[in-house]
Design a protein around this ligand. Sequence first.
Ligand SMILES: Nc1ncnc2c1ncn2[C@@H]1O[C@H](COP(=O)(O)OP(=O)(O)OP(=O)(O)O)[C@@H](O)[C@H]1O
Ligand SMILES: [Mg+2]
Length: 212
Amino acid sequence: MPRITVIGSLKGGSGKSTLTFNLGVWLTLSGIKVQLIDADPQATLIDVTELRRQEGITPFLTIDDRAALITAHTTAAAETLIDIGTADMDAVRLALTICDRIVIPVPPSQADIWSTQRFMQLIAAINRDRPLDIIGFINRGDTHLGVTETKETAAALISLPRLKFIKPRLSQRTIFRRSFSEGLAVFELEPHGKAAQEFHSLVAVLFADLLN
Ligand SMILES: Nc1ncnc2c1ncn2[C@@H]1O[C@H](COP(=O)(O)OP(=O)(O)OP(=O)(O)O)[C@@H](O)[C@H]1O
Ligand SMILES: [Mg+2]
């Protein structure tokens, strides 16, 4: 069954575009037919993909703009990933209407917990009776285990009724910024690095059905 996943949050800088890009590269390299939609007027995904193409890094990715939200369910892609941004709330609402699941990257802070609660309310208001998979994980977590904010954020996410909290987290690591600025996924720049390890643990849960 084709699957449409929104990578979303209401908070700027939570890591939506970085995650969407890395997932897009990973799915493509895994031989899975993927459609990537950039529904954010900032067009970060479009820019990083253009850079990748200019640098001659294969596989090239193709990014559709928000117009593709209307036809997403009819594409031949097995996996569709949608990067959203709050500068276009109509696109956010449309993406939440057509998707099968939502993946929310949550940086460890009180503001991000509140923002996630608000986002859950918006999702519930849009999808009144439709059962949706809503998955939350910690992004930009502190690399020192046991830091209070990260623990508190995990506890807060676990307690959110409709959210499925998944354990694999991505830590705050400069390689996410560095690789992105070169048009590369983290696991392309440092295949054996810690960020790559964390990323693979995350995809093993997010795309468990593809790996079995
Ligand atoms: N795990 C991480 N470790 C370190 N830096 C990260 C991580 N994830 C994202 N970043 C950095 O945080 C910044 C914001 O990330 P990104 O642009 O992916 O967020 P976003 O949610 O798409 O933001 P926006 O709401 O502006 O679209 C970028 O500089 C990115 O490199
Ligand atoms: Mg973004």
